[in-house]
Write a protein that binds this ligand. Structure first.
Ligand code: NAD
Ligand code: FES
Length: 279
């Protein structure tokens, strides 16, 4: 059992849980994730290790409450426990060790960018982060990223920072020159748009993919993606890949495969809450 020591609401539907997991906190590396099972029989949810505190033996999980299982997870309060946390899983980020990196975080993807920026900063790399959200209250991890380098913020509606998408700001940073590598994490259309920016400039671009995962060990095939014409499993070969080679059409299609099942589960969950069978 993993005790929840803190719960922070980061944006209207994004919650941070700090959870006791000392072994994972000790050995995790940038880009790695865990698979969480709230209780026996609950769904297995892959979550990036957004941060870790070795001294306290805790890891930070950032959860966007979009379905039944994620809503149940974020309903947990400090003092409650999560039954299983498996990890760290996945290949660590291939971090450069000198130069300047552009880290782009769209919405909740900013929490995934944070450990990458931490690793780069630790290597002495100059970090410029471009982060964005729909409006001010959807911008997350700004303060944490400011500790690691320069941060430029934008919002879709202009309520905070520059008005526009992260790609609008990233275009300017790239035009200024001196960027050796781009790391981009967020919704699929965002990562595709970043790659459309960097491809003509021939700048190495790493994206983190979030296909459906089940076992997280390369056995079920659920997280299949196509990179450079080859089938890869995001859980063991990724989750980070060369963005210039990713088949984003296939990724979008596969992410939609279980949408009707997810909606049905969510409406049943909401109905159970409404009639008082669940809180
Ligand atoms: P969102 O739709 O609110 O978008 C966040 C930001 O991304 C926007 O403010 C904008 O700056 C940028 N963006 C969005 N669409 C864009 C486009 N077409 N072109 C350029 N920039 C664009 O995102 P959200 O609700 O925070 O995130 C939800 C999505 O993120 C889900 O689809 C989820 O699956 C995905 N996600 C991905 C990862 C990952 O590892 N890749 C991790 C968590 C969530
Ligand atoms: Fe099963 Fe990757 S989650 S193969």
């Amino acid at each position: 059992m993993h005790l929840i020591t803190a719960r922070t609401q980061l944006s209207p539907n994004v919650t941070r849980l700090d959870v006791v997991a000392p072994r994972i906190a000790e050995i995790r590396q940038s880009g790695q994730f865990v698979i969480v099972r709230r209780a026996a029989g609950a769904e297995r949810i892959p979550l990036t290790i957004a941060d870790a505190d070795r001294a306290k033996g805790t890891i930070a999980l950032v959860i966007q409450a979009v379905g039944k299982s994620t809503r149940e997870l974020v309903a947990l309060q400090p003092g409650a426990s999560i039954q299983d946390i498996s990890g760290p899983l996945g290949r660590p980020t291939e971090l450069i060790s000198a130069g300047r990196a552009l880290c782009i975080g769209g919405g909740v993807g900013t929490a995934v960018v944070h450990p990458i920026a931490q690793g780069l900063h630790g290597n002495g790399v100059g970090v410029v982060s471009v982060i964005g959200g729909r409006s001010r209250e959807w911008v997350i991890f700004e303060e944490e990223l400011r500790r690691l380098g320069e941060v430029r913020v934008c919002t879709d509606d202009g309520s905070y920072g520059r008005k526009g998408f992260v790609t609008d700001v990233a275009r300017d940073v790239l035009a200024e020159g001196g960027i050796d590598v781009v790391y981009a994490v967020g919704p699929v259309p965002m990562m595709r748009a970043v790659v459309n920016l960097t491809r003509p400039l021939n700048v190495r671009t790493v994206v983190s993919l979030n296909p459906v995962m089940v076992d997280g060990t390369g056995m079920c095939g659920g997280c299949r993606v196509n990179v450079g014409g080859e089938t890869r499993f995001a859980c063991v070969d990724g989750p980070e890949f060369d963005g210039l080679l990713v088949d984003f059409d296939l990724l979008s299609d596969r992410l939609g495969t279980y949408r009707s099942h997810e909606q049905l589960a969510l409406s049943r969950h909401d109905e159970a809450c409404r009639i008082g069978l669940k809180s």
